[in-house]
Structure formats: structure tokens, C-alpha cells
Design a binder for this molecule. Sequence first.
Ligand code: AMP
Ligand code: ZN
Length: 469
Amino acid sequence: MKFYNTLTRQKEEFVTAEPGKVKLYACGPTVYNYFHIGNARTFITFDALRNYLQYRGYEVTFVQNFTDVDDKIIQQALKENLSPKEISEKYIDAYFKDAESLGILKADVHPRVTETITEIIEFVQALMDKGFAYELKGDVYFDVEAYPDYGALSKQSLEELKSGARIEVNEAKKNPLDFALWKTAKPGEPSWDSPWGKGRPGWHIECSAMAKKYLGETIDIHGGGGDLVFPHHENEVAQSQALTGKPFARYWIHVGYLNVDNRKMSKSLNNFFTPREIAEEFDLEVVRVFMLSAHYRNPINFSREGMEASKNGLERLYNALDNWRYYSEKTEQTPVEGDEARLREVENHRTRFTEEMDDDFNTANGMAVIFELVKTVNEMITQKPGKKVLETAMQLLQELSGVLGLLTKRKDQDRSLDTEIEALIRERQSARKEKNYPRADQIRDELTAQGIVLEDTPEGIKWKRLAKK
Ligand code: AMP
Ligand code: ZN
């Protein structure tokens, strides 16, 4: 398996620190509002990456934090007339709800800043003891000059960075690039006691402290959206490596932007859509297809056409499953001539899928293999293959789609529904036989309302479910 590593700017063979185990950390949201589908792109990527690593046999420990202390949270609290704690609680609940609707599973740990204060203070103190940080009237800064490798991740020298740096309000800092590890609290702000007085952590330190607390000194994969490379991740590397003297993350993975008219979707540009808004028009599983149809490092432009195409693609997958199930139920157990070759052809898609996905997690090509499987099997059906071929195809389609977090939603809930629908269809057929047309029509309307379409075929009535909305 290979990943493009931001640290080395090249694709590298994936070798974990401990064989068979992956320690994965992704930066999570600042919880002051509903997240938008730009954020969702990054969350979906790491969710699917975790699935894929598990699929390839790794034991994965996945940590994704919540930034629940921040200026934006304090401002939003004033706006909504709630306390900062109430704001972060509200939007953490909303995160889990929205994430679930996008098929994003929980991480193993979702640490919060407010629950990591002790570790953060210890971390900052240790950096001061080692001479990497200094105090200025209750604030503590990281001293970038004391850490010679500063700029290694974003590939910029201290001089280059300095010339691009904004002139800061706090001119007492030794270097304009020095960043806050701890900040004195202003009146009314959330604060904690510390060796430097009442205050709260700076932003970057939380991820270094949480990664160390839950995953140890060196992690395998660290990631987030591309906007985090500098300064956030650069600062994380500096803090962690200054403290431990060991590499912080072996592989850095950064997700390309979800753009709108070629500009990054963001709260500040007010060009964003939340999953809640999208759900008014599309099933959110369509969003997953849309995001994973591109390579994670490439930018994606958000468009209605793209969403419509993804919706059709998803419908194709569900219809294939329904069709194959229908034919498989009508087919005898006994193998048919040519089945061995057909089975090989079907199974071959698994190998091709993993080859594509092993190459820097290429979900775009992985999806393409899934659609090829659908095409191949649909064509095979005209040759009336045996039951085993159809069952294998169904399982494989669900297996590969499942890795991408697709086709998982309707599977369980609909199995029981399927029997209900089939009972209704049988009832409608007998109603028609008895010339009870009002009842037959009533049943058809009922089925239509549930998004079920009936089709007369030479083998009898066939039904399929239209993708929602
Ligand atoms: P934030 O709450 O702003 O810290 O963002 C949470 C995550 O979403 C971070 O990993 C960001 O890098 C990522 N992110 C923000 N905007 C976008 C976007 N338009 N496309 C992809 N990822 C994004
Ligand atoms: Zn972070």
C-alpha cells in the first residue's frame, strides 16, 4: 500500500511503526456551528480510509478531536445567548447526528480540549523546561528559533515564513512566527488555573497533547484538510518533536478542497451548504458517492450536475443489487456451464479494487471498479448464470461498496421491508385475479408512495425501489 506523504512530497510504501497496527489521527471540527459539506469531505475521507485499512487487515485506532474552546465558540455563545459550554455541547450533538446521516462512523476516541487541560498544561510546561517555550505576561509562546526544523512540513524556511508573516499585535514576541501555547483569559471567557495564571490553551497544542495521550509519541497517519498544513500541522510537528525528540507522524495525508466556483467552501466566504440543507434534496448517501468519486487529493467543484450524476450512479448500484437478488431467487442451485470462468471474472474485481485503493487510496478508481462489476454482471445475466455466480456478485458488490460506506443503509432495514412488499405484490395479484380492481389499484398506490416501481416481465412481476428523492 502506498500513500502520498506531505512530509516528503512523494508516494511512499506504507510501513506502520508496529506491524499490523495503524494509529490514525485526524483533526476534527471546531464546534461552534453545523459543519458544512466541505468539512464533510475531509471527515468522509478519513472515515473511508479507516474502513479500508481495516479491510486490508490492519487494527486501526482512530482519534478525531473536537475543538471545544475557541474564540468562535465564545462569539457564537453571545449570539445564541448560551454559554460556550452549551454551544459546544449543542454542536457536538449535531456533529454526531450529521456524521451519522453521511454514513460516517464514530472514531475510537473523540477527545475534547476541555477534557485534556491537564495534559496540555503538562505539555506546555515540559516545552518550557526544555527551552522551547517562554512566558510573556501570562501567555506562553513556542519559540520557533529554538526548533531548527521549523518549516519542514510546509517546506518553507524560517526566513521565507518570516517575510510572509503578518505583523502581530503582540510585538513583544521574540519572533513573529512564535505561536501561543497558552493564552491569558479575558474576563468572562472560559479559563483554567495554570502555572501562568488563569487561561486557556492555544489552538495547535490540543492535537499534539491528544495524539500523545491516546496514540503515543509517534503516530502512523496524521491528516486533515489541506488548509491545515500551515500553520496548524507545522506547529503540531514542532511542539511534539521538540518535546519527544521522536518523529511525530510517519505519514501526513491532506485532503483537497471542496470548492464552489473554484473557491474553497468555507464559513467565512458564506458559500457553504450543510448536510441538513443538502438532505432536503438528496439522500446523503449521494454526497458520499460524490466525494469518493474523486481522488482525495484533487480539488472537487461542488455542482448540481455532479450530484445528479452521483445520484444516478448510486441508483445503479441499488438496482443492480435488487436485480441480482431477484434473478438469484429465481435460479436453481445447480451450477451452469461456464460458471467457473464467470466466478473468476467476478472475483477479479476484488483484486482490481484493492490494487487501485492501495495506490494512494484512489477511491475514484475504486468506484470505477465497482461500476465495472455492475456492468459485467448485468451482461452476464443474459447468459443465465448459476445461483452461486449471482450470490457471489451480490456479496462482492456489498463488500466493496461497504468499504466506501455505501449500500449499507438500506441493507438491514429493507430486508424485513422486502418481505412486506412482496406480500403486498402477491395480494395485488390475487386481487386482480378476483377482479377486485379497486383493491389492486390501492395496493399499487401504496407501493408507489413507498418508491416501489412494478414491472411486468416474462418471469412475472418484478419490483425495484427508486433511490429516495
Ligand atoms: P474546521 O472546523 O474549520 O477546523 O474544519 C474541520 C476540517 O474540515 C479540517 O480538517 C479542515 O481542513 C476541513 N475543511 C474545511 N473546509 C474544507 C473544504 N472546503 N474542503 C475540504 N476540507 C475542508
Ligand atoms: Zn489538529
